[in-house]
Write a protein that binds this ligand. Structure first.
Ligand code: EPS
Length: 404
C-alpha cells in the first residue's frame, strides 16, 4: 500500500495534527528541517495579523525515535497559539461563551462574531452551508481556513527529507501578484532559492518584487485583495515516476489533484502549458539527443519534465494561478442566511494576498506526490531498501532504458 496522510484541526482549535502512514523507516529527521518549512509558509508581504501571532513549530507525537523514522505512523502536531482567545468559542461540548472574539495584531479588524450568517462570495461559506446544513458559517469557516495548510507543509517536510536522500529538491517562487510580474519558468539553484525566500514576496527579480509590494499596498488602500501566479520546480527527479498505463497513475494528474487541492488555486499548467496550445508541434516538443559521454539530453523542457504521465528526467516545472483572497475588508454583496435579505458580507481576519505562502504549500504537495511515486517505483519499508532499488535502476538507465 502506498503512503497516505490525513490532517485534522480547525483554524482556532487547539492544534492542527497530521498522521502519515507508510512512511519508510530509517529516514533521518530533524525538527529544524520541519520548522524551517513551517516558517517559510508564514512568509510573504500582505499576510494578515494571524501570522504575527503564530510561530509554527512541530511536535512529533509518534513515528520518529532518536532522529530517524521508525516505519510506524508519524503523528505531528502544530499548536494554534491563537486558540487561547478562542477556547471558549471552539469548545467541543459547550456553546460559545461570547458573541464576539477580540482579535489581536489586526489593525483593520478589532473583533469578529462567533456566529456568522452572511456568506462571503468566493469562500466555502455558502456551498459548505448547503452541503453540511448550517446557518452558522463558523462551522465551515474554521476548517476551510487556509490555516490547515500548515499541517500539509509539516507532512511535505517529511517527503522532502525522503527525496533529499535521492538528490531531489523541490522549490518555488512567485512570478506575478495582482497582474504585476513576468513569466519566468526555470528551476533555481539552492542559492537562488535562498534569495527568493529573503524577498518580501518570494520573487526572483528584486525590481519586480518591489512592484508587487507596491501593488499589495495599493490593494490595501482600496480594501482589495490580490491573487497571483507561482512556479514550483523539482530538480534531480529520475525518469520513470508515474505511468502512462492508467488514468490515475499519470503523475501530472496526481500533481494536479495535489496542487488544485490547495485553497484558492484555480489554474495549473505544466511546462509550456496553455502557451503550448498555440504552438505547432515542431515548436512544442523537446528534441531528444544522446551521446555516450553525456547520456540522454533534452535541449529544451517545454514538457515541464513529464511525458506520457511519466517523469522524463528533466526538471519538473509547474505553474499555478491563485485567485484573490475572498475575504475583503470592503465586504461583498451577499444575503443573510437567516433573514434571506441582502447584506454585505462581513470580514474575517485574512491576508491581502497569500501567493508567496501558497507556493510553499504547493512545494509540500509536489514533494508528497513525488515521494509516494518514489515509494511505488522503488518499494521497500526502509530507506536502505529504497536506495538499493534506486541505485540499481539508475545503473540500468546508464546502460540504456532496457537496462541491457
Ligand atoms: C492562515 C490563517 C488564517 C488566515 C489565512 C491563512 O487565520 P484565521 O483563520 O485566524 O483567519 O490568516 O486564511 C485565509 C486567508 C483563508 O481564506 O482561509 C494561515 O495560517 O495561513
Amino acid at each position: 500500500m502506498s503512503m497516505r496522510f490525513l490532517t485534522a484541526g480547525e483554524s482556532h482549535g487547539p492544534a492542527l495534527v497530521a498522521i502519515i502512514e507508510g512512511f519508510p523507516a530509517k529516514v533521518p529527521v530533524t525538527p529544524e528541517a520541519i520548522d524551517r518549512e513551517l516558517a517559510r509558509r508564514q512568509l510573504g508581504y500582505g499576510r494578515g495579523g494571524r501570522m504575527r501571532i503564530e510561530r509554527d513549530q512541530v511536535e512529533i507525537l509518534s513515528g520518529v525515535r532518536s532522529g530517524v523514522t521508525m516505519g510506524s505512523p508519524v503523528c505531528l502536531r502544530i499548536n494554534n497559539r491563537d486558540w487561547t482567545r478562542w477556547s471558549g468559542v471552539m469548545a467541543p461540548f459547550t456553546p460559545p461563551e461570547a458573541a464576539t472574539v477580540t482579535l489581536a495584531a489586526e489593525p483593520l479588524l478589532e473583533k469578529v462574531s462567533t456566529v456568522v450568517t452572511t456568506p462571503r462570495p468566493g469562500h466555502a461559506d455558502l456551498s459548505g452551508a448547503f452541503k453540511y446544513g448550517y446557518t452558522d458559517l463558523r462551522n465551515i469557516i474554521e476548517r476551510a481556513s487556509a490555516r490547515e495548510t500548515a499541517a500539509r507543509v509539516g507532512v511535505g517536510a517529511f517527503a522532502k527529507l525522503l527525496l533529499a536522500q535521492f538528490g531531489v529538491f523541490v522549490g518555488s517562487y512567485v512570478t506575478r501578484i495582482g497582474g504585476v510580474g513576468d513569466d519566468y519558468g526555470q528551476p533555481l539553484t539552492p542559492t537562488e532559492q535562498d534569495q527568493v525566500d529573503q524577498s518580501p514576496v518570494r520573487a526572483v527579480n528584486p525590481e519586480l518584487a518591489a512592484a508587487m509590494v507596491e501593488a499589495i499596498e495599493a490593494a490595501r488602500a482600496k480594501k482589495e485583495t490580490l491573487g497571483g501566479i507561482f512556479v514550483v520546480y523539482a530538480t534531480g527527479v529520475p525518469p520513470g515516476l508515474g505511468s502512462h498505463v492508467h488514468w490515475d497513475r499519470r503523475i501530472d494528474g496526481q500533481l494536479a489533484q495535489a496542487v488544485m487541492g490547495i485553497p484558492g488555486i484555480k489554474g495549473l499548467e505544466f511546462g509550456a502549458g496553455f502557451k503550448g496550445a498555440d504552438l505547432v508541434g515542431s515548436q512544442m516538443h523537446d528534441a531528444i539527443h544522446f551521446t555516450p559521454e553525456s547520456g540522454w539530453q533534452r535541449p529544451s523542457n517545454q514538457a515541464g519534465g513529464i511525458e506520457g504521465g511519466i517523469t522524463n528526467g528533466e526538471p519538473l516545472i509547474l505553474r499555478a494561478a491563485m485567485k484573490p483572497i475572498p475575504t475583503l475588508y470592503q465586504g461583498l454583496p451577499s444575503v443573510d442566511l437567516k433573514t434571506r435579505q441582502p447584506r454585505t458580507a462581513g470580514a474575517e481576519r485574512s491576508d491581502l494576498t497569500a501567493v508567496p505562502a501558497a507556493g510553499v504549500v504547493a512545494e509540500a504537495m509536489v514533494a508528497w506526490v513525488l515521494a509516494v511515486a518514489f515509494q511505488e517505483k522503488f518499494g521497500g519499508d526502509t530507506l536502505p531498501e529504497l536506495k538499493r532499488a534506486f541505485d540499481s535502476y539508475r545503473e540500468g538507465l546508464d546502460a540504456g532504458p532496457d537496462g541491457s
